[in-house]
Write a protein that binds this ligand. Structure first.
Ligand code: G6Q
Length: 539
């Protein structure tokens, strides 16, 4: 039996329409309308989005908008913004947008206005950041803090790392930032190997304060600190926590005064604009941090209010869906042409894949259509010298998002011109390729011609912004957050839970004692038993 989505009249129309589009190509679509590049673009919130190099016509977009409407996108969007418990499997509101709501807005969860709570925490973070950055907060031996180590994983790590790297240009260079996430002890060991405990602050970032990796690293950090400072009282000067779990924070020995809270309506991968961004604020300072929140809010407002056909996250979400569901594209590449954004694709992987990697609809029925694609990417131009080959001439269709900036933060002509020329050229090459006739005309020997042909007809979007800045980073992140939402809404799945990461965690808990006690009988499958035996050295 077909699902309501694939039975949807607009879905069926899109299936048929996709066949028409497959019989044409981007060269023909551009030739048919010389103004295509001017029409299929959108400028909003300081972002220029070119979507002309997609395998679409005006009709494609109209059908996609109608499909989105028929799937209740607008109602679902309103429900999210108003604090309804749209994370149905966890019975939670989804209000990362409230984290960047300005003072004076009112957003209610169970009748409680959460906006004042958000600003209370922001104020506390700002005061703490001021003390650290001005050297007013002293460590146990009276020295100011020089090193900040964020300990967290997943949503409590990827946003902070990405934002720190992206905004490094704006950061206080007298402070050194490290990020420890992996339970592999080498991560911690390398992060602190050149640090002194009396100048180091650990931020233990964990929504639940129970995560195995984070608790193991926090415990090791505690031991490391005590081994140097030899006084329990030092913990209060060198450890702060970001969490929703005050009880566990207190039990760990961190003063609740030094805890920065957030709430269950903030999902881990949607938490970089919550107190999880404390390391970001320490790095770039409260003013820049508030600029970042302003950028998030601008994109939230755009997503909430702009008509669907002028709405960047809506257009991006639906284009992704077009290839995912009607062209069998399996992946989506994201290539930022700015080195500061080198962790952006890794951040997006969690945001998109943990959110939309689901196989059942909201009411638990298996989907009979593909959901979230694999997201991946690297900064340009590096990728051009490695895997772009497959995108240009391989057998797979890989839609690409290019992200570029008009200005570099480091004015070193002619670097920026070279960088951006490459980005624009890649989009052009992917779309239009090079025909056999063009290759022959260059005098290429006949046997080599097929090897040098670029089919073209490979889609891309290009984002252009003025420069990497806290505000623009906020806009870009919010853009992708909402893009994920749009897709989740049409696919009728829950982008806000992550049950799929649970099973492995539970099984690891079973295996830990088996690795530690070599006498324990093994009752797994024969492959798992053999692996455990090999580790024990008893195979
Ligand atoms: C994100 C996920 C997950 C989570 C980590 C860390 O959406 O839920 O990546 O962020 O497992 O969880 P804690 O912050 O609770 O340690």
């Amino acid at each position: 039996m077909k699902s309501p989505l694939t039975e949807q009249p607009y879905w069926k129309m899109l299936e048929k329409h996709a066949e028409e589009i497959k019989s044409t190509d981007l060269r023909s679509l551009f030739a048919a309308d010389e103004n295509r590049g001017k029409k299929m673009m959108l400028e909003a919130e300081g972002i220029y989005l070119d979507y002309a190099k997609h395998r679409i016509t005006e009709k494609t977009l109209e059908l996609l908008f109608e499909l989105a409407k028929a799937c209740g996108l607008e109602e679902k969007r309103a429900a999210m913004f108003s604090g309804e418990k749209i994370n149905v499997t966890e019975n939670r509101a989804v209000l990362h947008t409230a984290l960047r709501a300005p003072v004076g807005e009112h957003i209610f969860v169970d009748g409680h206005d959460v906006v004042p709570d958000v600003h209370q925490v922001l104020g506390k973070m700002g005061e703490f950041a001021r003390k650290i950055r001005q050297g007013e907060w002293k460590g146990h031996t009276g020295k100011p803090i020089k090193n900040i180590v964020n300990i967290g994983i997943g949503g409590s790590d990827l946003g902070p790392v990405m934002a720190y790297e992206a905004l490094k240009y704006y950061s206080a260079r007298n402070l050194h930032f490290r990020f420890v996430s992996n339970v592999d002890g080498s991560d911690f060991a390398e992060a602190v190997q050149d640090l002194q405990a009396d100048e180091t602050l650990f931020i233990i970032s964990s929504k639940t304060f129970t995560t195995l990796e984070t608790m193991a690293n926090a415990t090791t950090a505690r031991k490391w600190t005590l081994s140097q400072l030899k006084d329990e009282k030092s913990i209060a000067r060198h450890f702060v926590a970001v969490s929703t779990n005050e009880k566990a924070v207190t039990q760990f020995g961190i003063d609740p005064q030094n805890m920065f809270g957030f709430w269950d309506w903030v999902g881990g991968r949607y938490s970089m604009s919550s107190a999880i961004g404390l390391s970001t604020m320490l790095a770039i300072g409260p003013d820049h941090y508030h600029d970042m929140l302003k950028g998030f809010h601008a994109m939230d407002t755009h997503f909430k209010n702009a008509p669907l056909n002028k709405n960047i996250p809506v257009i991006m979400g639906l284009l992704g869906l077009w290839y995912n569901n009607f062209f069998d594209a399996q992946t989506q590449a994201v290539f930022p042409y700015d080195k500061y954004l080198h962790r952006f694709p890794a951040y997006l992987q969690q945001l998109t894949m943990e959110s939309n990697g689901k196989h059942v609809t909201l009411d638990g029925k298996p989907t009979d259509y593909q959901t979230g694609p694999v997201y991946w990417g690297e900064p340009g131009t590096n990728g051009q010298h490695s895997f772009y080959q497959l995108i240009h001439q391989g057998t797979k269709l890989i839609p690409v998002d290019f992200i570029g900036f008009r200005e570099s933060l480091n004015h070193l002509p002619p670097h920026q011109d070279y960088l951006i020329a490459n980005m624009i050229a890649q989009g052009e090459a992917l779309a239009f390729g090079k025909t056999a006739d063009e290759v022959k005309a260059e005098g290429v020997a006949a046997p080599l011609v097929p090897h040098k042909v670029f089919e073209g007809n490979r889609p891309s979007s290009t984002f252009f912004l003025d420069k990497v800045s806290p505000e623009n980073l906020g806009k870009l992140v919010a853009m992708y957050e909402h893009c994920v939402f749009v897709q989740g809404a049409v696919w009728d799945i829950n982008p806000f839970d992550q049950m799929g990461v649970e099973l492995g965690k539970v099984l690891a808990q079973n295996i830990i004692p088996e690795l530690q006690d070599h006498g324990k009988a093994l009752k797994h499958d024969s492959s798992t038993n053999a692996l455990i035996s090999f580790y024990r050295g008893t195979h």
